[in-house]
Design a protein around this ligand. Structure first.
Ligand code: NAP
Length: 210
């Protein structure tokens, strides 16, 4: 997911830094991705990537986010935005499902853990990593952007829409992430059922649709 997003935003002319628990790994992947598109992408530790960024995307397995958030906390500030793309998925008795963490959703868990150190939004949970990495094709579909700070939400919408062809829908408050995250489990199931590379969502009836 993170690599696909790095490619798409770098292609849009944004400065992108991939964060990792290993600086060497981040640098190696960043270099490979840069070569692929002929645009610079940097790699660094999660802490240093967060320090340098004004827009931070959490795209790690949900179970790993608390430790990372503790690590990057010193680099957070309220002029930055943290976007959660995470979905709390688990397989029980062979059945894939999205579960509700105590805070309500992955995004609200992030908001609870960071407190008032950064503005938190959520989006991109319904965009497949494989689709993001197929850079010869535009992304099809919509993504719902949620967040309690209206200005941060607007900024996130504009940032997400730098990914060519992707439409961002204003989903209102961060608690609405509870409604969005489970859709990912459905999309994964449909991908398997229809044996297609990816399934996305597209809303109808909204003003300003592309
Ligand atoms: N894959 C999709 O199509 C997709 C679509 C929508 C949303 N999402 C959500 O986006 C997030 C990332 O998905 P993904 O498929 O990219 O995940 P992934 O490939 O399993 O992991 C992404 C990166 O997270 C880091 N990581 C892995 N385990 C970790 C842990 N326990 N603690 C801290 N960091 C860890 C690793 O980077 P380093 O080793 O470099 O630190 C890894 O390369 C998930 O929450 C997922 O639900 C995924």
């Amino acid at each position: 997911m993170g690599q696909g997003l790095a490619l798409r935003w770098a292609m849009a002319g944004e400065k992108v830094i991939i964060g990792s628990r290993s600086k060497e790994k981040a640098e190696k992947i960043a270099q490979e991705l840069s070569l692929r598109i002929g645009k610079p992408i940097l790699g660094d530790t999660n802490l240093e990537a967060t320090r340098s960024a004004d827009f931070i995307v959490m795209s790690v397995p949900f179970e790993g986010c608390e430790k990372i958030l503790e690590e990057v906390a010193p680099a957070l500030s309220m002029d930055k935005i943290m976007l959660s793309a995470m979905v709390p998925l688990k397989v029980t008795d062979g059945l894939l499902a999205c579960y509700s963490p105590p805070a309500g959703s992955a995004a609200e868990t992030v908001a609870k853990l960071v407190g008032n150190r950064v503005r938190v939004c959520s989006a991109l949970q319904t965009i497949g990593a494989q689709e993001l990495q197929r850079i010869d094709r535009p992304i099809e579909g919509d993504t719902v952007v949620c967040g309690d700070d209206a200005q941060a939400r607007r900024q996130t919408i504009s940032y997400v829409e730098k990914i060519a062809n992707l439409r961002a829908i204003d989903g209102g408050r961060l608690c609405n992430s509870r409604l969005v995250e489970p859709v990912t489990a459905l999309l994964i199931k449909l991908t398997g059922r229809y044996k297609v590379p990816a399934v996305g969502i597209k809303f109808i009836g909204l003003n300003g649709s592309k």
